[in-house]
Design a protein around this ligand. Structure first.
Ligand code: SAM
Length: 278
């Protein structure tokens, strides 16, 4: 049994998660986290009101975009993720920053913690990528103590990354039955349904992350083709098909051109949600 497999996990799910783990280890997601979206971590730490001494679980933490600033704020943090390679980067970054926290491989749909363990449960563009949304939401809620907070950042369906997944959809294998599209987590009504009456005091806002460093369309496309696991996997699936590869190239350029602002910038929309566990 792998570190993340549980007794009740069907073989098909174990295989799917192994595929996802391998996908997120492709390229250099650690660079994406530290070069392109580092601002999101402190945004979530502040929005969730994380303070010194609190026990925090960061789910699908990657290399610690939220977990490290939360630990720097004095919280006791466990960073969990499906992909051990990303946790390894996080360990190095934390050591370099002189910040202490724990790192643990775990599937967001099967969190290896007792009920009501944490004061705060966070996930920044992470839990949204677990395929079974209700199961994931149930786990986030379960491990949060009554009165604790759940803080989430998710790419919206109509924002840049949501539209990037839409642009890639015709070029990738269809998801297995029961798997839901990640950007649905960027729809507030969907999130409200997932969390249900187990939370109260839900605050939500749509915000924009400026990503000027890769705003030029060809720069964006080449960066994602070399750094971002889901994009790399899409191209690998087309390796023997130069026509469809060129089509996807064009689709990603069109996307970046469509979203480019008049001043040459680029902004990615996300949904920020903070809810209190009842
Ligand atoms: C876009 S990255 C976000 C990482 C990090 N939270 C950040 O803000 O940089 C998505 C992360 O979700 C993780 N992930 C995908 N499916 C997962 C699952 N079922 N359980 C836990 N982590 C998962 C990936 O390994 C990857 O680290």
């Amino acid at each position: 049994m792998s570190t993340t497999q549980t007794q009740s996990q069907p073989d098909a799910d174990v295989a799917l998660k192994a595929k996802h783990r391998a996908m997120w280890a492709l390229g250099d997601y650690h660079a994406v986290a530290t070069e392109i979206i580092p601002a999101l971590g402190p945004v979530l730490v502040e929005a969730a009101g994380i303070t010194a001494g609190e026990h925090v679980l960061d789910v699908a933490a990657g290399s610690g975009n939220v977990a490290i600033p939360a630990a720097a704020a004095g919280a006791h943090v466990i960073a969990t993720d499906l992909t051990p390679e990303l946790l390894d980067h996080g360990r190095d970054d934390a050591a370099e920053a002189g910040v202490r926290l724990d790192w643990q491989v775990a599937d967001a749909e099967h969190l290896p913690f007792e009920d009501a363990t944490f004061d705060v449960v966070t996930s920044c563009v992470g839990a949204m990528f677990a395929p079974h949304h209700q199961q994931t939401a149930d786990e986030l809620v379960r491990v949060c103590r009554p009165g604790g907070r759940i803080g989430l950042i998710s790419w919206t369906p109509s924002g840049f990354i949501g539209q990037m997944f839409a642009a890639m959809k015709p070029y990738v294998a269809p998801p297995p039955p029961g798997a839901q599209p990640p950007p649905l987590w960027g729809d507030l009504e969907h999130v409200r349904e997932l969390l249900g009456d187990r939370v109260s005091e839900v605050t939500a806002s749509q915000q924009l992350l400026g990503v000027d460093r890769i705003a030029e369309p060809a720069t964006f496309r080449e960066y994602f083709k070399s750094h971002y696991g889901p994009t790399i996997a899409a191209y690998r699936g087309l390796a023997d098909d130069p026509v469809r590869t060129a089509e996807l190239d064009r689709a990603l350029l069109d996307l970046a051109e469509r979203f480019r602002t008049p001043d040459g910038g680029l902004a990615w929309e996300y949904l920020l949600v903070v809810a209190t566990r009842v």
